[in-house]
Design a protein around this ligand. Structure first.
Ligand SMILES: C[C@H](O)[C@@H](O)CC(=O)C(=O)O
Ligand SMILES: [Mg+2]
Length: 398
C-alpha cells in the first residue's frame, strides 16, 4: 500500500505548566510545555503523528514554518519517501529559499523535526512496529528485558520549594530512582543549600547531575560549579551558551580535575555543531533531543558520531512528548550502536504523559521498551482540542 500523504494538519498545543513551576530553570522561569503537533493524513486512512517541543509563546511561528514545508510533503507517498529518505531530508532542509531561515537551525529546523517525526511515526505504524523496533530490525533483533536506565529531573525544578523538593525526592527514592538532576544557576547560596539537601537525601552512592540552562559565562561557570563540587555532580549541563563550543571545552578542561563532566545538546542546532563539540572534547555527555534535531535522520547521525568519539549519549527529555519520542532512539543506540550502559541514562520528567495514546512506561527507574506501532507521538484528541491555543484564544474572546 502506498500511503500517499494527502493532507498535513498542525495544531498549537499548550499546557500551563508554568502555573506550578513545572519545568522552571535559571533561564526559563515560566515555561508552558507546548508542542507544534503535526498530523499527516494518507489516502489509505493511516495517519502519522509528530511534534516538536516549545515553551508556549512562539509556537504559532513554528506552525507557520510547518505550513511552509507542507507543500514539500503533500502528494508524496510513504514508499517514495523511505526509498530515498536522505533525499527527502535534503528536500526539506535545502529548499533554496527556506534554508535562508536556518540552515538547519532555529524555527525552520524545529518545524522540520515535527514534520519528519510524523513521517517516521507513519512508517513505523505502516510496518506495525514501535519505532525503535523498526530501526533495530533494520540492523538486528535484540531485546532489553529490564528496560533502559533513566534519571529524573522532576524533583528539583528551580521554582520548587525545599518542601516540594524533599517530598518529591523521598517519593522518587521509594520508587527506585537513584539518578537525580537538580536545576541550578540563579543564586549560588541557594544552589549550595538545595544541592546539599538532595545529596543528603539520596546518599553518596546515588548519581546527581546539575543543570544551569546556559545561565553563566565561561569563568562564572567554572567558579560556580567548583563551589558545588562537594556534592559530586556527574555533570554540569548547559553551563554556558549552547553555541559556545570552545567555551564548553574550557569549562570541561577546568572541571576535569574535579571529576565533573560537561553535558549539552538540548539546544544544539544540528549534527555539524555536535561534530565540533566532539572534536573539541567540549562535552562528556551527548544530550540528543528528539525534536530539536532533524528527527530520527539527524539523531542517528549524532548517535554514530558519539560512538566514534566514545562519548556516552544521555538524551534530553524535559518537555512535553520528549520522553515518548527519545526512548525509541536510545533503545536503538543501545541495541545497534553502543551496546553499553556505562554512564548512560535517559532523562525522564513526570509531566503530561496522560495526554498521549502510548505514554512512556517507567518501571524501577527504567524505560520499558514501547510496544505500540509508531513513534509514540499521538496525542489524545480531547487533549489537543482542550489545549489548542487557537481554541483557547477564541474562548477567552467570546
Ligand atoms: C524549560 C525546560 O523545562 C528545561 O528546563 C528542560 C531542561 O533543561 C532539561 O530537561 O534538561
Ligand atoms: Mg537541560
Amino acid at each position: 500500500m502506498s500511503h500517499k500523504i494527502v493532507n498535513l494538519r498542525v495544531r498549537d498545543v499548550r499546557f500551563p505548566t508554568s502555573l506550578e513551576q513545572h519545568g522552571s530553570d535559571a533561564m526559563h522561569t515560566d515555561p508552558d510545555y507546548s508542542a507544534a503537533y503535526v498530523v499527516l493524513d494518507t489516502d489509505s486512512g493511516l495517519k502519522g503523528f509528530g511534534l516538536t517541543f516549545t515553551l508556549g509563546k512562539g509556537t504559532e511561528i513554528v506552525l507557520c514554518a510547518v505550513k511552509a514545508l507542507a507543500g514539500l510533503v503533500i502528494g508524496k507517498s510513504l514508499q517514495e519517501i523511505v526509498s530515498n529518505f536522505r533525499g527527502f531530508y535534503r528536500l526539506l532542509t535545502s529548499d533554496g529559499q527556506m534554508r535562508w531561515l536556518g540552515p538547519e537551525k532555529g524555527v525552520i529546523h524545529l518545524a522540520t523535526a515535527a514534520v519528519l517525526n510524523a513521517v517516521w511515526d507513519l512508517w513505523a505504524r505502516a510496518e506495525g512496529k514501535p519505532l525503535w523496533k523498526l530501526l533495530v530490525d533494520m540492523v538486528k533483533d535484540q531485546m532489553l528485558k529490564e528496560g533502559y536506565p533513566a534519571y529524573t529531573t522532576s524533583c528539583a525544578w528551580l521554582g520548587y520549594s525545599d518542601q516540594q523538593l524533599k517530598q518529591l525526592c523521598s517519593d522518587a527514592l521509594k520508587s527506585g530512582w537513584t539518578r537525580f538532576k537538580v536545576k541550578v544557576g540563579a543564586d549560588l547560596e541557594d544552589d549550595i543549600r538545595r544541592c546539599r539537601l538532595i545529596r543528603q537525601m539520596i546518599g553518596p552512592s546515588s548519581t546527581l547531575m546539575i543543570d544551569a540552562n546556559q545561565r553563566w559565562d565561561v569563568a562564572e561557570a567554572i567558579s560556580w560549579v567548583s563551589r558545588l563540587a562537594e556534592v559530586k555532580p556527574l555533570w554540569i549541563e548547559e553551563p554556558t551558551s549552547p553555541d559556545d563550543i570552545l567555551g564548553h571545552a574550557a569549562i570541561s578542561k577546568a572541571l576535569a580535575p574535579l571529576g565533573i563532566g560537561v553535558a549539552t545538546g538540548e539546544q544544539c542546532h544540528n549534527r555539524v555543531m555536535f561534530k565540533q563539540f566532539l572534536q573539541a572534547s567540549a562535552l562528556q555527555f551527548v544530550q540528543i533531543d528528539s525534536c530539536r534535531l532533524g528527527s530520527v535522520n539527524e539523531n542517528l547521525a549524532v548517535l554514530l558520531m558519539a560512538y566514534k568519539f566514545q562519548v556516552p549519549v544521555c538524551p534530553h527529555a524535559g518537555g512535553v512528548g520528549l520522553c515518548e519520542l527519545v526512548q525509541h532512539l536510545i533503545l536503538f543506540d543501545y541495541i545497534c550502536v553502543s551496546a553499553d550502559l556505562r554512564n548512560r541514562m535517559c532523562e525522564y520528567v513526570d509531566h503530561l504523559h496522560e495526554h498521549f495514546t502510548s505514554p512512556v512506561v517507567i518501571q524501577d527507574a527504567h524505560y520499558m521498551p514501547p510496544k505500540d506501532p509508531g513513534y509514540s507521538c499521538e496525542m489524545l484528541e480531547e487533549s489537543v482540542n482542550r489545549h489548542d491555543a487557537l481554541c483557547l484564544e477564541k474562548k477567552t474572546k467570546n
